[in-house]
Design a protein around this ligand. Sequence first.
Ligand SMILES: NC(=O)c1ccc[n+]([C@@H]2O[C@H](COP(=O)([O-])OP(=O)(O)OC[C@H]3O[C@@H](n4cnc5c(N)ncnc54)[C@H](O)[C@@H]3O)[C@@H](O)[C@H]2O)c1
Ligand SMILES: [Zn+2]
Length: 343
Amino acid sequence: VSIPPYLILSDNPRKTIDGVIARFQPDKVAVLVDENTRQYCLPLLELSVPVIEIKSGEQHKNIHTCTEVWKALTDFQFTRNSLLINLGGGVIGDLGGFAAATFKRGIRFVQMPTTLLSMVDASIGGKLGVDFNGLKNHIGVFQLPGSVIVWDGFLRTLSKRELRSGFAEMLKHGLISDAQYWNELKSHDFNSGDWKNLIQKSVEIKGRVVEADPMEQGLRKILNFGHTIGHAIESALLETGDALLHGEAIAAGMVMEAHLSFQRGMLSQMELDGITDTVRKIFGGVKLPEGEKLIALIQQDKKNRDGRLNFSLLAGIGKSEPDQPVNRTEIELSFSYYEQAIR
Ligand SMILES: NC(=O)c1ccc[n+]([C@@H]2O[C@H](COP(=O)([O-])OP(=O)(O)OC[C@H]3O[C@@H](n4cnc5c(N)ncnc54)[C@H](O)[C@@H]3O)[C@@H](O)[C@H]2O)c1
Ligand SMILES: [Zn+2]
């Protein structure tokens, strides 16, 4: 399997970024960081270009922060021929990419993801944007980066909890499209620090799916496995003291959506058990918000048409089916399954 040409898996990010800059011949270059990637990642690149720093965290992924970036680019006298390097996790990539894609109708940008989640997910596929009025990714565009430079060395300073969150998306990649990869992931030793091969597989899978369906009209929906219920859990817990990282909510969502697949006869008992055991081992169980609240949030989910609840479900390990209609009773059963199987 090959990966799209703009994706570079690098062993030497300093050399790779130099090469990309030499190839693009920009008149100006700047790098966007947050306080953490400035401290932990920027020094490893030894770049001698102006730095734009924003505050870390999802709460800063908004249009106000974006105007700060536009302002900095204006101060640096960026032109249509300049280049922005986004060095950070998904927040930096989504916001920096959006700022670049809209500045003077679009300048080139390079994603240098520094979290596991952004390496295997956020930096691939060209979705860019910011949150607005409490709604996630409400304002944004599709635009492919000039390059994505993936170097697993950045993960050395990432917390275990953030690593685990990104790992949930990798588990999803295995479940929806590659049974052998799923088996490899199940036996991965978290403390080994050996991520390169696994990252490559995930990048290939996500790269392949988004290339087949860049604008999310069909196939790309399979990437939503675990996300319909997962997002509802994530949103319901957002304002509470038990907020979850994205991948933690998705892991729970995958167990419940695997159970939906099981109820519809698409997944065997053994396959369901395998998924539940793996998630339990890595993530433990989370305390679910109240069922009514979750269902209300699921109903708001943007991918539902005509009032039906549509899910991307598994049709065996390594295969998935988008647009599977599911009713309320089935969803409630999946909640009780999770409660008794995991907690
Ligand atoms: N565009 C897409 O297709 C897509 C897909 C999935 C997620 N996303 C978006 O990605 C965002 C989440 O991304 P994330 O999980 O990377 O979160 P993040 O960008 O908030 O990074 C998590 C934390 O880790 C810190 N950090 C980053 N790299 C580090 C490193 N190497 N060492 C130490 N600390 C480091 C950051 O400063 C931050 O505090 C969300 O906004 C989500 O909407 C986008
Ligand atoms: Zn996700």
